[in-house]
Design a protein around this ligand. Sequence first.
Ligand code: 2AM
Length: 178
Amino acid sequence: MEGGGLRLFFALPLPAELREALDRWQRAQPGTRGWSRPEGLHLTLAFLGERPVEALPTLLGLAAAVADRHGTFGLRAAGLGGFPKLDPVRVLWLGLDPCPALETLAADLRGALTAAGEAFDLKPFHPHLTLARFRRARAMTAFAPPPPAAFTADRLVLFESRPGGGYTPLGTWNLRRV
Ligand code: 2AM
């Protein structure tokens, strides 16, 4: 890809206290492989995949405009879920209680990407926090209930997913204080 490609996605980052609580919970569960790095836990709004660096100015501009149209809102974690099915589970995630403000933000962002001609994964928005990606599916009974978690979504972030693992924020935009 000319100028080098970047693997990109837009997400809401999690506050440090919640990442730490989930880290403690992860460490108390059986098995050491496959768990998400606690510092990288996030809620994906739109996954763009590989994009040329030349796309960045457009993406940074549209994200600033989207963030400016939305206020902060509260989110509450619901129970554990799984992809591609619940039990045995391969991708283990924490679901979220339904939140109209979250749906509206994701729809606005995806609409802005479409309007700008920027491609993204068109799978329907299914808000979740991925806690683990296991090589071999595991029984749900292995896991204790996760900690109760409520937090405020206050920032939109464009992340680069690095080839060696880990995520780098390339842009951060505060949602309006309400
Ligand atoms: P996941 O947590 O369900 O795997 C970075 O990969 C982020 O983008 C993850 O949160 C991941 O969701 C999400 N994502 C959405 N669609 C994706 C896709 N087609 N490929 C990789 N990641 C995707």
